[in-house]
Structures are given as structure tokens and as C-alpha cells.
Design a binder for this molecule. Structure first.
Ligand code: FAD
Ligand code: 2HG
Ligand code: ZN
Length: 468
């Protein structure tokens, strides 16, 4: 009988089963370059049928499968362990937009489509696909669905789960479940779609999806405001929501250090203010009436905020280029923090009204335990999601600080737990937070998740070692 890899070659063509060191390297290391695994091969099918054929072979030979999209995930979900027993199943050749239905406002797409490709296709059809994140040039919609990605427009449009009306999935046994009906109402039993969304590839492989489209806004305005504290940022959020309602589509908090790192490592980017402030908020308004209407709303928010001493300064972008440069400041924080050195990331969510208290209390605890550590705090304040990242003290060794990662996590995650929050708001658990989550979820919750996993994937072949 032919061996496993030969049968994979027969199923999808030898050129798409990669085994050479050079060919496979980029698939085996995570985006942050913190971990490199090993794989039997990187297998790149081009259709749902080919994915199903490969998964059936994996069943026959009991080979674990690590699904991978753009490999931009931040929790070690998309790379294999070091055993070399698994294949990486890359979905990037499944990259067709199957169908756009402008009347139903839906788009049916292959899982390997790059997010930016989908945003552009929707725009060409006169519609908006609102999912937006800094990795949009390389992450795939299959990865976005599998992590239930958030990003910068959750405040208005929800996270990826809320943007999805149907899925096509290759099950752990290699069968194809076609749930691409795209209905907005369908109460016919357990919601399988929602089970696969956010499962990080541990229950099956998403091969296609029906996504929601929205009307394109008539006007989009971006502003950057400067304030003293996160509590002031929350006051600005209330003002903006009162004045703008659903037109407020983005509300991103960034501390002074975040933007200092961006301008240090990307000197072509500059802050538009003469004086520095402790905190900044990037606001985005999307209006269905007109530019004038949007501007009137924004000016009234800013005017009120200045009058009430909630903010000290603000700029409104007067061109698309200016808006882009404000967004660039925000979207380069991850890259700037990486350029500064290694760091410990936290992707937490807290009840919005308690975020100021959380930051104040946890900052004190961290300084007591790790004197001089630098807080790179930013995130999607409008939906309560903070990237509460910790960099080593200036001039301290990265390695020595990273050796204390577990202790840093304990301080932060215990604090999140005391505040009733979540230790993974939008990035998922992967292998990075798999053990950590057991400290904070009840036995009942873990056991329910384990029984779902055992039922759908009894041989534990789907991304083993991730999530659970
Ligand atoms: P991958 O990294 O390839 O995979 C992620 C997980 O999904 C893995 O567990 C993998 O096994 C699984 N998977 C992938 N494809 C499939 C599939 N078709 N079927 C089943 N399982 C699959 N995330 C946010 O939520 N919000 C942000 O604002 C954000 N900003 C980011 C900014 C930067 C600079 C970077 C590097 C990352 C950012 N991320 C953000 C994290 C990351 O981009 C998202 O998690 C994204 O959704 C991952 O997509 P991907 O295609 O790269 O998936
Ligand atoms: C973002 O919001 C991403 O930019 C990345 O979720 C967060 O770098 C991070 O910690
Ligand atoms: Zn984020």
C-alpha cells in the first residue's frame, strides 16, 4: 500500500505537498517568531473536495491536522508542535469569491480568501464588509472565523461570528457539511455554525462561508483626541455614543508609550499634536447621510468634550490621506512593540465601565512585582477589549523578563478574573493560553467543551493540543 504522503500527492498533486525545509519554514513558525514546530508536510489542497480527501487520509493513517490560513494568529494556534507527526493543512489555495448577492447583502467565499480581498470585492459591488484588523493584508477569512476575530469595527458591526450567516465545513471524519444557506433566520436545531466559529480548527475545517454585507457609508471621518486618563476616554465614549449613536464605528484607546514606540520605530509617522498626552483615542464615524452631517456630529462631540475638560486637544482628518495616517499610528503599535523587543501580550476584556479601575489597579500590582516594567496598553475600548501588553523595563534583558512570563500572566489574569473579565477577548486560546484558561473556567464548562470535542473529533486529530 502507498504511504500517507504518496496518497496525499495522488489526491492533490505532488507540487502541493511540501516537505523541503525551505518550502515549509514559513508555515512552521508563528507570526511573533516565538515558536517553531515540525510537520510531516505542508499540504495545500485547492478545493473542498481536496480538503475532504486529505482529511480522510489523515483518518486512515491517524495523522493529526493543523489547519492554517494566513498564520497571523497570536496564540500559537496555527503552528504544529515539535513532534513532527502532524500535517499543516494550508487553506490559502481555496481563494475564490464564489458569489455576491447584493439584494440579500451576502457574499459566499472560500475560506482561504485574504480579508483585504473580501473588503475590496464588497466595495466593488457597492457594499461594505466591515471586518477590519491590522493583519487584513495577510489573514484569511477562515482564520478570522476560526478565531472569531474582532478588530476595530466590533463596536458597530460585531465580531466575525456576527458577520457570518453560514459555513461549509469538512468534518474530522472527512465528510462535507454544507451549511451555506445564508438565511438570516433558521431555528432548526443546534447551531452548528456557531460551534465551528471560534473553535480554532479543533472541531473541523472551515472551507467556505456566507458573509453579511452592509451598505457603504456616505461619509467616513476619523479624529484623534488627547486626554489625561482612561476614565476620561470612557467619558468621551459616552459623549460620542450620545451624539453619534450607531454612526460611531471605531473607538480605539492608545497610551502615550504606544505612540512613542510607533514614532521611535517608524519615524516617518508623527503625532499631530504639539504636546504629548497620557492617553489618546482614535474615533471613526461612518454616516449614512452626508459628510456635513458626520462633521456636525463629530464637531459637537469634540466641542462638548473640550468644554467639559474631558479632552485637551483633538484633530479631525480632512482628507483620506490624513485619516490613513491617523489609522497608521494605531495599526503600527504591534509592529513597534515587536521592534522594541520581546513582550508579554494580554488580550483581555472587562466590563467597559470598569476599565479605568482595572488599568489603575493592575498597573500598581505589576509595578510592585516587576518594577520598571513598561505598560503598552491599547485596544478596542468601545467594546471593552484591551491589549494590556507588558514590555521589559528599559535596558533590561528581554530573555530575563520573558522568563517571568507566567508570573506576569498570573498578576494580570487574576486581576481580570477579579473584575469578571475574560483572558482572551479576540485572539483565542491556541496553545499559548490552553493551560491558563483552566484556572479561570469552571469544571462544568471545561467538561462540556471536552465532550463536544470528543463527539466531533473522537480520534483527536483536529489541531490537537490547542484550546483544550
Ligand atoms: P491563522 O493564524 O492561520 O490561524 C488561526 C487559528 O485558526 C488557528 O488555530 C488555525 O488552526 C485556525 N484556522 C485557520 N484557518 C482555518 C480554517 N479554514 N478552518 C479551521 N481552522 C482554521 N486579531 C483580532 O481579533 N483583532 C485584531 O485587531 C487583530 N490584529 C492583529 C494585528 C496584527 C499585526 C497581527 C499579526 C495579528 C492580529 N490579530 C488580530 C490576530 C490574527 O490576525 C487573527 O487571529 C486572524 O483572525 C487570524 O487569521 P489567519 O488566517 O492568519 O489564521
Ligand atoms: C490589535 O488590536 C491586535 O492591533 C494586536 O489585536 C494586539 O499586538 C497586540 O497585542
Ligand atoms: Zn485587537
Amino acid at each position: 500500500m502507498k504511504n500517507f504522503l504518496d496518497q496525499c500527492r495522488d489526491a492533490i498533486g505532488p507540487a502541493h505537498v511540501l516537505t523541503g525545509e525551505k518550502d515549509t519554514a514559513s508555515y512552521l513558525t508563528d507570526w511573533r517568531q516565538r515558536f517553531t514546530g515540525k510537520a510531516l508536510a505542508v499540504v495545500k489542497p485547492a478545493s473542498t473536495d481536496e480538503v475532504a480527501a486529505i482529511v480522510r487520509l489523515c483518518n486512515q493513517f491517524q495523522v493529526p491536522v493543523v489547519p492554517q490560513g494566513g498564520n497571523t494568529g497570536l496564540v500559537l494556534g496555527s503552528v504544529p508542535d515539535t513532534s513532527g507527526s502532524a500535517i499543516v493543512l494550508s487553506l490559502t489555495r481555496l481563494n475564490r469569491i464564489r458569489f455576491i448577492d447584493p439584494i440579500s447583502n451576502t457574499m459566499t467565499v472560500d475560506a482561504g480568501c485574504i480579508l483585504e480581498q473580501l473588503q475590496n470585492a464588497a466595495a466593488e459591488a457597492g457594499r461594505l464588509f466591515p471586518l477590519s484588523l491590522a493583519a487584513e493584508g495577510s489573514c484569511t477569512i477562515g482564520g478570522n472565523l476560526s478565531t472569531n476575530a474582532g478588530g476595530t469595527a466590533v463596536l458597530r458591526y460585531g465580531n466575525t461570528r456576527e458577520l457570518c450567516l453560514g459555513l461549509e465545513v469538512v468534518t474530522a471524519q472527512g465528510e462535507i457539511w454544507s451549511g451555506l444557506r445564508g438565511l438570516r433566520k433558521d431555528n432548526t436545531g443546534y447551531d452548528l455554525r456557531d460551534l465551528f466559529i471560534g473553535a480554532e480548527g479543533t472541531l473541523g475545517i472551515i472551507t467556505a462561508a456566507v458573509l453579511k454585507l452592509f451598505p457603504q457609508p456616505k461619509a467616513q471621518l476619523t479624529a484623534l483626541a488627547a486626554m489625561r486618563t482612561p476614565d476620561d476616554a470612557l467619558r468621551l465614549l459616552s459623549l460620542a455614543q450620545n451624539h453619534c449613536g450607531a454612526a460611531l464605528t471605531g473607538f480605539e484607546l492608545m497610551s502615550q508609550l504606544c505612540l512613542q514606540l510607533v514614532t521611535k520605530h517608524f519615524p516617518q509617522m508623527q503625532l499631530p499634536f504639539a504636546e504629548e498626552s497620557a492617553q489618546y483615542v482614535l474615533l471613526e464615524l461612518s454616516d449614512s447621510e452626508s459628510e456635513e452631517h458626520a462633521m456636525a456630529m463629530l464637531e459637537s462631540v469634540i466641542g462638548n468634550a473640550l468644554e467639559q475638560d474631558v479632552i485637551q486637544d483633538a484633530v479631525v482628518a480632512s482628507s483620506i490621506a490624513q485619516s490613513k495616517s491617523l489609522w497608521n499610528l494605531r495599526e503600527h503599535i504591534t509592529l513597534a512593540q515587536a521592534a522594541e523587543g520581546k513582550n508579554v501580550k494580554h488580550d483581555v476584556s472587562i466590563t467597559i465601565s470598569r476599565i479605568g479601575d482595572f488599568i489603575r489597579e493592575t498597573d500598581i500590582l505589576l509595578q510592585q512585582n516587576f518594577p520598571g516594567c513598561r505598560m503598552v496598553t491599547f485596544g478596542h475600548l468601545g467594546d471593552g477589549n484591551l491589549h494590556y501588553n507588558v514590555s521589559p523595563p528599559e535596558n533590561a534583558s528581554d530573555e530575563a523578563f520573558i522568563a517571568q512570563q507566567d508570573a506576569v500572566n498570573r498578576v494580570v489574569h487574576d486581576s481580570v478574573h477579579r473584575f469578571g473579565g475574560s483572558i482572551s477577548a479576540e485572539h483565542g486560546l491556541g496553545a499559548l493560553k490552553r493551560d491558563e484558561i483552566r484556572l479561570y473556567k469552571s469544571d462544568v464548562e471545561i467538561q462540556l467543551m471536552q465532550s463536544i470535542k470528543r463527539t466531533l473529533d473522537p480520534m483527536n486529530l483536529m489541531n490537537p493540543g490547542k484550546v483544550l
